[in-house]
Design a protein around this ligand. Structure first.
Ligand SMILES: Nc1ncnc2c1ncn2[C@@H]1O[C@H](COP(=O)(O)OP(=O)(O)OP(=O)(O)O)[C@@H](O)[C@H]1O
Ligand SMILES: O=P(O)(O)OC[C@H]1O[C@](O)(CO)[C@@H](O)[C@@H]1O
Ligand SMILES: [Mg+2]
Length: 529
């Protein structure tokens, strides 16, 4: 979504202080298409100008005293949840989901609702997305809307079971699909979606095999699911249903949804999958189908905007930490040992940053959001020389998307259209070896690339809990009649967001965040440029 801003000279000047000319293009992951430019007086360099953390539908003029109300109105419209009653005029029925003392959910219309049970979420309940009131744009990690960094409330819809539902559970056919790369916790979410659907009284639950492909690829059959079938699937990693990339043809998928008479579709995946889910939701609306499409954000990369984290990220960090620990042991035990670890993250450095922080064993952490040079006086290699001299060994953790500008890229893409990255780990390994050979200093380089090991494992305890909540909430959303939404965690609260708001651009590490500063304090590394 394009951002349109009215700008004055003063505002540009404020922005010069507010935005860092080199690191700012990475702020919040917003792309250049979301920016306007104003010329910096000092550097004569174009400086990106944007509304951060949001993209307004309407034009914002901060000299207008009512800009805040306008912003909030726009925000509320954007975060309003699409509902099947936007195209229908359906009367709801009282929910069949209850956890009464007898723990026997009733499934017939005549049952008495538990009016006094305050276990339901009201449609007007909201959670506050941001809770820090930054007093200045120069505050660490400040996410400001206007140049003064005014406090603006940003409310989002609270997740959970509603008292009124828009589907007759015994008539519902629900389908689950898992797309993209693997991620710890997929099976936990599948399991919880099935459990919760059954609690509502749904009898017809199926799994679509191998991602979106399972909708149209001949020979792939839907898999019946029940509590008994999925009971133990969380004990293993991977996806019980299988995953795939590419091959998403929205019209064919919706033809298949229509032919299979699916009423609810639960889609587990990352940003690509969410874009696909939204396209399916739009197509269902176009065809006036009563289908709820609800997503659950999955990615070890943690790169989906607006939410605290995606499930699988914590587990991936924990696994990544094991690789860092091995690199440390190898480096520590060798004469002039250099442990080098490359960690996944297609466009963001969250796994590398968090694994470096949690292990406490990393001397240099390199992420794509912070450009660096290898050679020269301020380069990484010079610092490694210093570390070998002063402490005798060192550990380097590099994110797979880091330093891509230092490498040749063929421009090739995977089946989903994602750019295939060049191998920064192998490049660095060679550069380090050549550098120390060149200066005649012994260096014993041990390179570890754990690749798929960080994601092909079962979820840890905190991810398992997150998956449980997100999976259950996804079912509550579908029964409440929402569609084109995702079930996630924002500011420690479980909420629903419209998918359109989370597919604008990948979230990236904010170079001005306290978390990155903490990481750099921990590693003790200097700037590498
Ligand atoms: N813009 C889009 N519109 C419709 N479908 C899409 C879009 N982008 C990706 N898809 C489909 O979504 C599925 C998953 O996409 P992708 O492979 O990019 O993984 P992802 O969901 O981003 O997860 P991961 O974090 O593992 O990369 C694929 O089948 C792909 O074809
Ligand atoms: O599963 P593939 O296609 O090898 O893709 C690997 C990519 O998937 C992820 O694991 C998740 O997006 C990335 O970290 C990594 O770049
Ligand atoms: Mg992706």
């Amino acid at each position: 979504m394009a951002v349109a801003l009215k700008t004055s000279g003063t505002f540009c000047n404020t922005l010069q202080q507010w935005l860092h000319p080199t690191r700012d293009p990475f702020l919040y992951g917003y792309s250049h298409s979301n920016t306007k430019e104003c010329k910096s007086k000092n550097t004569k360099r174009p400086v990106p100008l944007r509304v951060k953390a949001t993209s307004m539908k309407a034009e914002l003029d901060f000299s207008d005293p009512s800009w805040k109300q306008k912003f909030q109105k726009d925000w509320d419209e954007r975060f309003n949840l699409p509902h099947i009653n936007d195209i229908y005029d359906l009367k709801p029925r009282t929910t069949t989901f209850s956890l009464n003392k007898k723990r026997t959910p009733t499934h017939d219309e005549s049952s008495t609702p538990m009016d006094m049970w305050n276990g339901y979420v009201n449609n007007d309940d909201r959670a506050l997305m941001k809770v820090i009131n930054y007093s200045s744009p120069t505050s660490a990690g400040a996410e400001c809307i206007d140049p003064d960094c005014s406090w603006v409330e940003q409310w989002v819809h609270r997740a959970g079971p509603r008292k009124d539902i828009y589907y007759e559970p015994v008539e519902v056919k629900a389908a689950i699909v898992t797309c993209g790369g693997l991620c710890p916790g997929l099976n936990d979410v599948i399991r919880q979606v099935v459990f919760t659907l059954e609690t509502y009284g749904v009898k017809n639950i199926v799994g679509i095999p191998f991602g979106y492909r399972g909708f149209f690829e001949k020979g792939l059959k839907e898999m019946p699911l029940s509590r008994r079938i999925v009971e133990n699937i969380n004990l293993a990693g991977g996806s019980f249903l299988g995953v795939s990339r590419g091959g998403a043809k929205t019209s064919e998928i919706v033809d298949s949804i229509q032919a299979r008479r699916i009423d609810m579709l639960f889609v587990l995946g990352g940003n690509g999958t969410h874009a696909g889910a939204n396209a399916i939701h739009d197509e269902c609306r176009k065809r006036k189908l009563k289908v709820s499409v609800v997503a659950v954000p999955k990615t070890i990369d943690n790169d989906i905007p607006l939410m605290d984290k995606t499930f699988g990220f914590d587990t991936a960090v924990e696994e990544a930490q094991r690789a860092v620990n091995s690199a440390y042991i190898e480096a520590r035990s060798a004469y002039h040992g250099i442990g080098l670890v490359k960690l996944m993250g297609r466009s963001s450095g969250f796994i590398a940053m968090h694994a470096s922080l949690s292990s406490g064993q990393v001397d240099v952490c390199l992420i794509p959001e912070v450009p660096f040079t290898l050679d020269g006086e301020y380069g990484v290699l010079q610092h490694l020389e210093h570390l070998l001299k002063t402490k005798g060994f060192c550990v380097v953790c590099v994110a797979e998307a880091a330093g891509q500008e230092l490498l040749q890229n063929s421009g090739a893409t995977d089946a989903s259209g994602n750019l295939i990255l060049s191998d920064i780990g192998v490049h660095m390994q060679q550069k380090i070896k050549m550098h120390f050979k060149g200066i005649g200093v012994h260096a014993d380089v041990k390179y570890i690339d754990p690749t798929y090991m960080v994601r092909a494992c079962r979820a840890n305890a905190s991810d398992a809990i997150l998956c449980t909540v997100l999976g259950q909430n996804a079912v509550h959303a579908a029964f409440a009649g929402f569609s084109g939404i995702t079930s996630c965690i924002c500011n420690n609260h479980y909420v629903y967001l419209p998918i359109t708001e989370v597919i604008t651009a990948p979230k990236r590490v904010n170079p001005n965040s306290r978390m990155l500063h903490r990481c750099l304090t921990s590693t003790g590394q200097p700037d590498f440029h």
